[in-house]
Write a protein that binds this ligand. Structure first.
Ligand code: HSE
Length: 402
């Protein structure tokens, strides 16, 4: 019997208990032993809950109990979650987490402790919810030099953009809808400003390079300035708009960014709609492979945590090496990178923009003669900024092409 503790009995934590119970036959067979939730740590009591007698309020009960070998950290945040995770690993207990903020901030340090103490720190659920992307990078694609990872890693914003595209709706209206449906939080900043996707691509980039990609240095732009009109032009040009989290090797540096991008309808990521996530991985031998599924939600995320618990159960007393060193990867300055752009501007700026940036393509929509879109040729981003300076008051929107 392997005893498990769950830290935090919220959405994911209660899902973890549910998955272990509901799938116990399969889970125990795969783990090679019976898993039993011994403790659930939470500040609250849960009268009437089938597991109410397992709820404890004192973390020391868990860390001091030698019977507990695996701990699921589903609390979130980087305060108590960091302290508790570190203490568990130092006590030789493996920790499985869905906490992307903690993994992005303290990944190398916590992995090092796990290695020293012959236990494991696993975080499959921290990126892409139930999509097995972490284990794919760490175990399945180990023969590859990964050259690029491009993902739709935030379900809330993908739901919003999909709805804007399908219904011609404006940003504020779809945000309201996302909040009503429980996808977006009352304070939606972390999702709509791209911070959630930023931490997730920082984790994937670190696994891709084996070095630390500092999430604070990743260029991050959210979706708050995308309008229904941008989707009109995208449609006319046979494109879609997605919030892409991108990580690409460029010589010995890494281009890592989160930003809305216009993508061709032929791009497989254009088919990821609603709250789903998709990750496109390019390896130098395999070429492209794509991973698709539910990137959030109680049971998909809990399933990934429990998958990690099974992995820990199979490797008790043995560290599974994860290549993520503390040395920082040097990032490419996004402003110095090259790509094409979509520029939407008032019609009065058309001649000036065409003259400053020749060889682009103008798209004008019937009924909107007072404005136009200009698809530029591939150019350095800071050069675009410079060339638009004189007409910046007439520029309505700029979106990168991918
Ligand atoms: N807010 C996140 C999303 C939850 O919408 O994808 C999963 O990390």
């Amino acid at each position: 019997m392997i005893k498990v503790a769950v830290l935090g009995y919220g959405t994911v934590g209660s899902g973890v208990v549910e998955v272990i119970e509901q799938n116990k036959e399969q889970v125990n067979k795969k783990a090679g032993d019976c898993l039993e939730v011994k403790y659930i740590l939470d500040l609250r009591d849960f009268p009437g809950d089938p597991y109410e007698n397992k709820v404890v309020h004192d973390f020391n009960v868990i860390v001091d109990d030698p019977e507990v070998q695996i701990v699921c950290e589903t609390m979130g945040g980087t305060g108590a979650a960091y302290k508790f995770t570190k203490a568990c690993l130092e006590a030789g207990k493996s920790v499985c987490t869905s906490n992307k903020a903690l993994v992005a901030e303290y990944g190398p340090e916590l992995l090092k402790i796990a290695e020293e103490k012959n236990c494991n720190y696993l975080f499959e659920a921290s990126v892409g919810g139930g999509i097995p992307i972490i284990r794919t990078l760490n175990s399945c694609l180990t023969a590859e030099k990964i050259e690029a990872i491009v993902g739709i890693l935030n379900g809330t914003t993908n739901y919003m953009l999909s709805k804007m595209e399908k219904e011609g709706a404006e940003y504020a209206d779809v945000l309201k809808k996302a909040q009503e449906k429980g996808y977006a939080e009352a304070d939606p900043t972390a999702d709509v400003e791209g911070q959630d996707a930023c931490r997730k691509i920082a984790i994937l980039s670190s696994l891709m390079t084996g070095k630390n990609v500092n999430y604070e240095k990743i260029y991050t732009q959210g979706i708050t300035r995308i309008s229904a009109m941008d989707f009109e032009y995208a449609k006319a040009a046979g494109k879609s708009i997605k919030l892409l989290a991108t990580s690409k090797l460029e010589d010995d540096k890494l281009l890592a960014m989160v930003a809305p991008a216009m993508i061709d309808k032929e791009n497989p990521l254009s088919m990821i709609n609603g709250v789903f996530n998709g990750v496109l991985v390019t390896g130098n031998m395999l070429g492209d492979s794509m991973y698709y599924g539910k990137g959030a939600g109680k049971l998909p995320t809990a399933s990934a945590v429990v998958g990690d618990v099974v992995e820990c159960a199979k490797h008790l007393g043995k560290n599974i090496k994860c290549h993520w060193d503390a040395d920082e990867v040097e990032l490419v300055d996004v402003k110095k990178s090259r790509r094409a752009f979509y520029v939407r501007a008032q019609a009065s700026a058309m001649n000036e923009i065409k003259k400053a940036i020749p060889n682009g393509e103008v798209v004008q929509l019937a009924d909107y003669s007072d404005e136009f879109a200009y698809f530029t040729p591939v150019m350095v981003e800071e050069e675009l900024d410079r060339k638009l300076e004189a007409v910046h008051r007439q520029v309505l929107s700029v979106i990168r092409l991918a």
